[in-house]
Design a protein around this ligand. Structure first.
Ligand SMILES: [Zn+2]
Length: 97
């Protein structure tokens, strides 16, 4: 098997591209803080911890989860933020990077 992040089938091609573009903007996001590995498994979208927004329970946010393949540390990213970022970039003339 290739030694690269395993992509979940739950993410579409477009979602996978958005997520990769986001991660690549933050080099530290790709380095495990526990063991310094850069090899992760990637889950699909799943419901994360319920959040309170302006006093209203929103039920939770979708997250993309990375799991370190060496020490199994878990790192999560809020999908809504990544989508908003991509939408904002599209409105200002396309993604950069
Ligand atoms: Zn690790």
């Amino acid at each position: 098997m290739p030694d690269e992040p395993q992509r979940s089938d739950v993410l579409t091609d477009e979602e996978w591209e958005l997520f990769q573009a986001h991660i690549h903007r933050f080099p530290k996001a790709e380095v495990c803080p526990v063991c310094d590995s850069t090899v992760w498994s990637v889950t699909g979208l799943e419901m994360g911890t319920p959040v309170v927004d302006d006093g209203v329970h929103t039920g939770g946010v979708q997250v993309v989860t990375l799991i370190c393949k060496t020490c199994f540390y878990v790192r999560r990213f809020a999908w809504l933020g990544i989508k908003r970022e991509a939408a904002a970039a599209a409105m200002t003339g396309g993604r950069r990077g």
